[in-house]
Design a binder for this molecule. Structure first.
Ligand code: CA
Length: 418
C-alpha cells in the first residue's frame, strides 16, 4: 500500500536585514505542502493539485520579493548588504529548484488525477454511472412506452402457475371477496404497489381497504379505509388507472369511483344486462356482471336476455363507461366458474370448487372466435369467488375461500400459438 507522504518545504528562512536588522527582527516564511498518496487521496488529487499549484504561485511571489532587493543601486549598499544579497540570490536559486520540483509534482498529480477519473474510484462514481444509465433508458413518453411494452408481450395464455397465498381473511365477511393491486400510483397517499381489498360477505358492501403493499396486507395493517358512496354487488369489480369500477347493488348501473377524489366520477347503465341473480357464474353470488381490465382496456363480462345466458363482452370507455363495442360468445355464463380478459381474449375457468380444474374456453375479440383450451388451474382452498387479471404484473389475483392468492401467467410469444 501507498503510504501517506508529505512534502514539507520549509526553512525558506529569509533573513532580511535592511533597516530592521539592527532591531533584531526577522521575517520568517515557512511553506508546508501536504500531498496524499494516490490511493488514499484518489478522488481528492485534483483538488490537492490545484492547492499545490496555488502555493507554488505564492512561493514565486516570495522569490520576486527577494529579487526586488537587487534593484537597490550597488553604490548605496554596504558590504553587509552586498553579502546579504549574495546569500539571498543563493537561496533564490535553491527556491527555483524547489519550484521546478513542485511543478513537476503538480504535473504528475494532474496526470494521476486524470487516470483515476477514468476508472471507478468510489461508490459515488459507481452510483453516478448507474443513474446515468437509468436516465439514458428513460422513455420519452412513459405512457406510450408502457402501452408498447404491454402490447409487445401479448399472446395467448399458455400456463398458470400454482397459487401464491398472501393473506387469509380472519372473519366470515372475508369468505368471499375481491382484491387488486395497482401498477402505478393513482396519487398520494398511494404508491405503485398499493393493494385494494373488499370483503363481500355483508349486507352493504362499501368498505374498501387500501394497504401500502403486499407486506402490509400480510401484516393486516391498512393504510386507509374508504367508504364507497354507493354499495356494490357481487365480486366483479376491478381497479384500473386510478379508479375502482363496480356494479351498483341491485342495479344494472356501473360506477367509476375515483380513488384520489374519493367520489363517483362516472356512472352509466350497461345495455340490458342480467343482474342480481339472473345470469351469474356457476357459484351464484349475484355474479352477473364481471368487470375486467387487460392490455387492451376495460371490459364488462355479462349476459342478456337476447343472448339467452351466453357471455356477452363489452369494451367500455374507461372515462365515461360508455360501451364502445360488444361481442356475443357461445359460452354459457352459468356453466363456468369465473372469467377474465388477457390481451383482448376472454378466458373462463371450469370449476370454482375442484382443486384441479382448467381454463376451458377462450374467446378472441379480434378474430371473434371462441375455442376450447385446456390450461390447468388450481383452486387450492376449494371455493374460488373472484379471478381478475393484472396486465402490468402478468398475474391473476384471486379470492379463494378466505385466501387472497396470485397466480403467475405465461403468455405465448406474439405470433406463436400455444
Ligand atoms: Ca372476474
Amino acid at each position: 500500500m501507498w503510504t501517506r507522504f508529505s512534502l514539507l518545504v520549509l526553512c525558506l528562512l529569509l533573513e532580511v536585514q535592511g533597516q530592521d536588522h539592527a532591531d533584531g527582527r526577522y521575517i520568517r516564511c515557512q511553506y508546508t505542502f501536504t500531498v496524499d498518496s494516490p490511493v488514499e487521496s484518489s478522488c481528492n488529487n485534483a483538488m490537492e493539485a490545484e492547492n499545490l499549484s496555488a502555493r507554488v504561485t505564492l512561493l514565486e511571489a516570495v522569490v520576486s520579493r527577494v529579487l526586488g532587493a537587487e534593484a537597490v543601486p550597488e553604490t548605496a549598499r554596504t558590504l553587509e548588504e552586498t553579502e546579504e544579497i549574495r546569500q539571498l540570490l543563493q537561496e533564490k536559486e535553491q527556491l527555483d529548484v524547489q519550484v521546478k520540483e513542485l511543478q513537476r509534482r503538480v504535473e504528475e498529480l494532474t496526470l494521476e488525477t486524470e487516470k483515476l477519473r477514468e476508472r471507478p474510484c468510489s461508490s459515488v462514481t459507481k452510483a453516478f454511472q448507474e443513474v446515468k444509465a437509468e436516465v439514458s433508458e428513460l422513455p420519452t413518453s412513459p405512457k406510450v412506452q408502457k402501452n408498447v411494452q404491454q402490447d409487445a408481450g401479448c399472446g395467448e395464455l399458455v400456463s398458470v402457475s400454482e397459487p401464491e397465498t398472501h393473506q387469509k381473511a380472519s372473519s366470515i365477511s372475508g369468505k368471499y371477496g375481491m382484491w387488486f393491486q395497482g401498477n402505478e400510483s393513482p396519487g398520494a397517499p398511494y404508491g405503485p404497489d398499493t393493494v385494494w381489498r373488499i370483503d363481500t360477505v355483508r349486507n352493504d358492501v362499501r368498505e374498501l381497504y387500501a394497504y401500502e403493499n403486499l407486506e402490509q396486507l400480510a401484516r393486516g395493517y391498512p393504510l386507509k379505509v374508504l367508504v364507497l358512496p354507493e354499495p356494490m354487488e357481487s365480486t366483479g369489480a376491478t381497479v384500473y388507472r386510478g379508479s375502482l369500477y363496480y356494479q351498483q347493488k341491485r342495479s344494472p348501473t356501473l360506477l367509476r369511483y375515483d380513488l384520489i377524489e374519493e367520489k363517483i366520477a362516472a356512472q352509466r347503465e350497461l345495455p340490458h344486462p342480467g343482474f342480481h341473480g339472473q345470469y351469474p357464474y356457476s357459484w351464484g353470488g349475484y355474479t352477473d356482471i364481471d368487470l375486467a381490465a387487460d392490455e387492451k382496456g376495460l371490459w364488462a363480462i355479462y349476459s342478456t336476455e337476447k343472448a339467452r345466458g351466453a357471455i356477452v363482452i363489452s369494451q367500455l370507455d374507461p372515462d365515461t363507461l360508455r360501451v364502445t363495442r360488444s361481442w356475443k360468445t357461445n359460452i354459457q355464463k352459468n356453466k363456468v366458474a369465473n372469467a377474465f380478459m388477457v390481451c383482448g381474449r376472454l378466458y373462463t375457468v371450469a370449476s370454482y370448487r375442484a382443486n384441479s380444474t382448467t381454463i376451458n374456453w377462450s374467446f378472441d375479440t379480434t378474430s371473434e372466435q371462441s375455442k376450447t383450451v385446456d390450461v390447468p388451474f388450481r383452486n387450492r382452498y376449494g371455493y374460488n369467488s373472484m379471478i381478475d387479471y393484472n396486465a402490468a404484473r402478468r398475474k391473476l389475483y384471486s379470492w379463494d375461500n378466505f385466501h387472497m392468492v396470485t397466480y403467475n401467467v405465461t403468455l405465448a410469444k406474439s405470433g406463436s400459438s400455444p
